[in-house]
Design a protein around this ligand. Structure first.
Ligand code: RAM
Length: 331
């Protein structure tokens, strides 16, 4: 009798614990970003924390190196393995360099996905692209063409300011841009340079482009760090209206540059949703939910996986003077 009573009390105590305010995390997910201090990834973390809260019993550990290197990511991934996380979701600084450490994680039973910037197939179970890569590539070129139109330039030189030279996502997008460029005969691509998703290096690379190419009409930066630095460089050089900056950026970071005219328009998907979706997928893998072709992304529906184990979240959105301030408060 006494024993039964004890059991009942324990059951109540356990039940209370699981509904209590201080909840022990049953599942730990490491969210590894290219580098700390980048607004885009901070927004993604916001979404990841939202997913953790919605699921309950989930802890998201937001982490990354201080600069955008594969070596730095290998270190933080090693630490996550030592902490015995259940899943790792990484936006990679290098397609191949992370494969050995991620293979080690998988051998220990940790579920691994890449999101935003992918790792090679051997290093992960699936990859979540923010959107179709072809669509992102074409959109960047179209935005450059729109910028030339806004400046009343019939034609002109354009340059790409990217993140790191090993960044999977930017490299694929640049490839896609080059595929559609022949359709835009008024755009003459003169250079592709790399700011490594560091504000100061991106700024200097943009300055160098302005100096080297006097007929430059647009800088396409498919990186939130690069586009912001390039807009600042154009402004500081007194080239507003002469050179337009476009690419992928955050409304919160670019609203002022749209106002000044350094940026006519730019694009991005919802980075909060991207972090949310990556976390939901990581959780579902840990729980054994989903299949080789479909896995849930919570309020965003299902991710449909292709034969490469890749899925696309949604479509990018274009921002300009008509809507940038409305979204600047969100991300
Ligand atoms: C930067 C990063 C990220 C990319 C965005 C658009 O924040 O390079 O990987 O997706 O830009």
């Amino acid at each position: 009798m006494m024993f039964k009573k004890l059991l009942a009390t324990t059951a109540i105590a356990v039940a209370m614990m699981s509904t209590g305010v201080v909840q022990a995390a049953d599942i730990k997910i490491g969210l590894v970003v290219k580098a700390l201090g980048i607004g885009f990834f901070e927004a993604a973390n916001e979404g990841a924390q939202e997913a953790a809260k919605e699921l309950g019993g989930v802890q998201v550990i937001y982490t990354g190196p201080t600069s955008t290197t594969a070596e730095g990511q290998i270190e933080v991934i090693s630490a996550l393995i030592a902490q015995k996380v259940d899943a790792i979701a990484v936006s990679a600084n290098d397609t191949d360099a992370l494969v050995p450490i991620l293979a080690k994680a998988q051998k220990r039973g940790i579920k691994v996905i890449s999101w935003d910037s992918g790792v090679a197939k051997k290093g992960r179970q699936m990859h979540l692209n923010p959107s179709s890569n072809a669509l992102i590539g074409e959109m960047n070129i179209k935005l450059a063409a729109d910028a030339l139109k806004a400046g009343n330039f019939a034609s002109g030189d354009v340059a790409i300011l990217s993140a790191t030279p090993t960044s999977t996502n930017q490299n694929i997008w640049i490839e896609e841009m080059k595929k559609v460029l022949p359709k835009y005969s008024n755009l003459n691509l003169v250079a592709t340079v790399y700011g490594d998703d560091l504000a100061d290096k991106s700024y200097r690379e943009a300055q160098a482009l302005l100096k080297t190419y006097p007929n430059l009409k647009a800088i396409i930066a498919p990186t939130t760090v690069g586009i912001l630095a390039a807009a600042q460089a154009v402004k500081d050089a007194g080239k507003i209206g002469k050179v337009y900056v476009t690419g992928l950026g955050l409304p919160s970071e670019l609203a002022g540059h749209v106002d000044s005219g350094a940026v006519h328009s730019f694009a991005i998907w919802n980075p909060i949703d991207l972090g949310y979706a990556a976390t939901m997928i990581a959780y579902n893998l840990v729980k054994g939910n989903g299949s080789d072709t479909k896995i849930g992304m919570g309020r965003l529906g299902d991710a449909n996986l292709d034969e490469n184990g890749e899925a696309a979240m949604s479509e990018p959105f274009i921002y300009d003077a008509s809507n940038v301030h409305k979204f600047a408060d969100i991300f």
